[in-house]
Design a protein around this ligand. Structure first.
Ligand SMILES: Cc1cc2nc3c(=O)[nH]c(=O)nc-3n(C[C@H](O)[C@H](O)[C@H](O)COP(=O)(O)OP(=O)(O)OC[C@H]3O[C@@H](n4cnc5c(N)ncnc54)[C@H](O)[C@@H]3O)c2cc1C
Length: 282
């Protein structure tokens, strides 16, 4: 970002104040949190940055409805939090370790990550399957599932994400995450996540998602349908992975071909489910 471009750097102390500043600034104003994206991609007509990090929204708390992660908590703070580590045997920690580098995770925030909504985001597929709920402010406070929040993205354009809540895990909850990338620090060519609730040996709840297809991370309902009500075994895992491959819309971009991505969907879903099966047996 050319430094001379930004002539106003504002640090509001509440979402209410931040929203007013954004609306007053119109197209010339933009929220910033960690700045990992803003620093690289600021449009030339933006001259006012509204820093959301002075709003006291970085705590991570375990509450009855789940683990509430404040929007300005950094990815490192999320990764190192004990309550977060308790979700599905550490699946969020496992995923966060694959997001960029420690340097990036020290500045990037969870709110900025969800707001920037990169199609290859590692956070989004996992948070979709964990049934994350996003709270945001756009004149009033509202909470929506992450999937619904993305479906309403245009309507929520100037909203401030204030927190994201991850349900606390209970007995029978399992989840896994897989990322495919050229190098350990690179962004994903494709990623997958799966969550199962297993009751009496059967999958009573099933959520599977893929990101970087190259669309924004989304659920794979047909693959989920293969497992719902069924036992998790070699046969159902293979069938779910094949259905995921055959029904996921993939496309070419400069990183990978659509055909290769189909193979990655198959491998990612299969590895997630095999990983869960291993934990169930342990
Ligand atoms: C070198 C590099 C490597 C990366 N590697 C990975 C990777 O491997 N995996 C992965 O998943 N991601 C990766 N990322 C993406 C990275 O995680 C996101 O860019 C970052 O998380 C954005 O968070 P931030 O706090 O820096 O957002 P910012 O750059 O501050 O903001 C990003 C956008 O979100 C808006 N915004 C910020 N906070 C809020 C809020 N609370 N409410 C509403 N809008 C808000 C801003 O206006 C802006 O439009 C990488 C990024 C970089 C630069």
């Amino acid at each position: 970002m050319p430094r001379s471009q930004v002539t106003n750097y504002l640090r509001p102390s509440s979402p209410e104040e931040a929203l007013t500043l954004l609306r007053d600034g119109g197209k010339s104003a933009r929220y910033v949190a960690g700045g990992a994206d803003v620093a690289r991609t600021l449009p030339s007509d933006v001259t006012t940055l509204i820093d959301l990090c002075a709003m006291n929204l970085s705590s991570i708390e375990e509450r009855p409805d789940g683990i509430v992660i404040g929007a300005t908590a950094t990815l490192s703070e999320v990764l190192e939090n004990g309550s977060v580590a308790g979700v599905c045997d550490g699946v969020i920690v496992d995923m966060m370790r694959k997001v960029g580098s420690p340097l990036l995770r020290n500045i990037a925030t969870i709110g900025g990550t969800l707001a920037s909504a990169h199609s290859w985001s590692d956070v989004i597929p996992l948070f979709l399957v964990l049934n994350a709920q996003v709270t945001f402010y756009n004149g009033e406070y509202r909470t929506l599932s992450l999937a619904d929040a993305y479906a309403a993205r245009e309507e929520l354009a100037d909203s401030i994400i204030t927190s994201v809540t991850i349900p606390t895990s209970t007995a029978g909850d399992y989840a896994a995450f897989q990322k495919f990338s050229r190098t350990a620090y690179d962004i994903a060519l494709l990623n997958c996540a799966a969550y199962l609730h297993i009751d009496d040996g059967r999958c009573s709840e099933v959520r599977i998602a893929a990101g970087g297809t190259p669309r924004l991370g989304e659920r794979l309902p047909q693959a989920e349908g293969v497992l719902r009500g069924e036992a998790l075994n070699t046969d159902t895992i293979e069938r779910a992975a094949r259905v995921a491959r055959d029904t996921t819309k993939t496309a070419d971009d400069r990183r990978a071909s659509g055909e290769y991505r189909k193979d990655l969907v198959y491998a990612g879903v299969k590895r997630c489910l095999e990983g869960i099966a291993g934990k169930v047996e342990a």
